[in-house]
Design a protein around this ligand. Sequence first.
Ligand code: ATP
Length: 357
Amino acid sequence: MRVLGIEGTAWAASAALFDTEAEDDADSIFIDSDPYQPESGGIHPREAAEHMADAIPAVIDSVLDHAVATSETGAPTIDAVAFSRGPGLGPCLRIVGTAARSLAQTLDVPLVGVNHMVAHLEIGRYQSGFDSPVCLNASGANAHLLGYHNGRYRVLGETMDTGVGNAIDKFTRHVGWSHPGGPKVERAAKDGEYVDLPYVVKGMDFSFSGIMSAAKQAYDGRKSSDDFRAHQNSESSEDDGEAVEDICCGLQETIFGMLTEVAERALSLTGTDELVLGGGVGQNARLREMLAEMCEARGAEFYAPDPRFLRDNAGMIAVLGAKMYEAGDTLPVAESSIDPNYRPDQVPVTWRGDEES
Ligand code: ATP
């Protein structure tokens, strides 16, 4: 079976081909992506949608070329088209939905509407071979723990305000660093010393907005005392850069400590001994280290997909699309509207064959 997936919830215009009969794993998922890079500030929905409109046809063409090149018949031989239906930015989703509908109709194959957050979980489940893991989705616009029960992925805990990556990006914008901020925080934190920031976990939920305000205040406070020193002594202070590095270290330890605490509680609550990681923030080595240590201490298994499957990508859309297609979970075009607020617990899980467990 070969499924073409299209992703475009925010910044990544991406298309992929998942071939369930490819000879080895490396050949089974072919992805082409074109990321949107804001010139300044964070992701601007209109600009992101303009990028999507420009980039989606090209990445689809490249995947169709690959489909032809790897087909025995000289035709693309695609069984279904899957697309990210939500959650995400409405203007971007609408472009992806339109592209998917017209491609499915042109190829005369079924259409599959995929929940982007469930796809972040399912790529980890597929690659790890885990049966029924808890999933920590640590992405730009989201942060939650998912666990399977009675035919749905239940939200066991989630952010009460912003997504984890968006929170980090807000701090780095304040500091004047370009988007995305996460990798820059990771680099800076390596040379930093821990500073105390508010740690906010309430039951199974967590909050990032207070930490971000405190981090910005810590940065402004240090900056103004540096400015003051610079004013007193025209030579610039030697510890100018250290302040940001210390705050980055405190940010990572605090935010990732919160996510690790709630992930552990989710494992304990569900009695599961398998944890998978999903989402772009999962590319952070310190987060993976903390989660791996926690899992080892409690005798659980931990799996983090490769970075290219953690950040937004169409490979995960094609993989879940194939499972849904096999389960007969396809969409008539007339019912294929996008949903910017599509929650993972709205999705009936049709593809596991154990809907009542
Ligand atoms: P969602 O999947 O919820 O729609 P998204 O579309 O923003 O989120 P992702 O690709 O999952 O996209 O995640 C992007 C986020 O990952 C950005 O906020 C970015 O700063 C963050 N990020 C990327 N690399 C790292 C890193 N090494 N450390 C921390 N954060 C990172």
